[in-house]
Design a protein around this ligand. Sequence first.
Ligand SMILES: [Zn+2]
Length: 201
Amino acid sequence: MRSEAYPILTAGAATVRVIWDAIREKRPIVPWQKIIWFPLHIPKHSLISWMTLLDRLPTKERLHHMGLLNDCKCVFCDDLIETRDHLFLHCSMAEYIWKSVFSLSGIQFFPCSWDSFWTRAINSWKEKSLLTSILKLALNTTIYFLWDERNKRLFQGRTKTAPELLQTIRNIVGLHLRNRNLNSNDNINITLARNWDMCAP
Ligand SMILES: [Zn+2]
């Protein structure tokens, strides 16, 4: 960003806010805003989701288009091309995690396109409920850990199985929501709290 930052810095704009306002891309509010940025969100997880939705992550397909990479195979299934939609939704690894996350939340996961997946989330996860909080947290945490696991496999040679990855996601979501005041007469909330291990031992 040197060419953009230099005139701002030399014009005497000293505060971080002024510099950020000058260089950031001004984008309109998008419908998925509330799925990613909500009161209970985990900032580093939401950041990766946000970059994923803007298709800014350096997936192998994008690096290939830039002429930086020849091997585009998905690191999880070693079969198909690592596009954003494949890595985060259609790959067998992603599908296992989504199915499990949805099942722990008492709903069924149907394979669908990237756009349908988000449209459904935007239209259905609106109310203030424990279920909605879990789904939004789990979605961002899943995207974060799929990307994290992909990078660990690529650059560190470390591998977690799909059930191990799911367990990590479940632990983080459960811990984040642990010991919240739940309506103990609500059977749905009790089941959700148990499935996501939200009750302190
Ligand atoms: Zn794959």
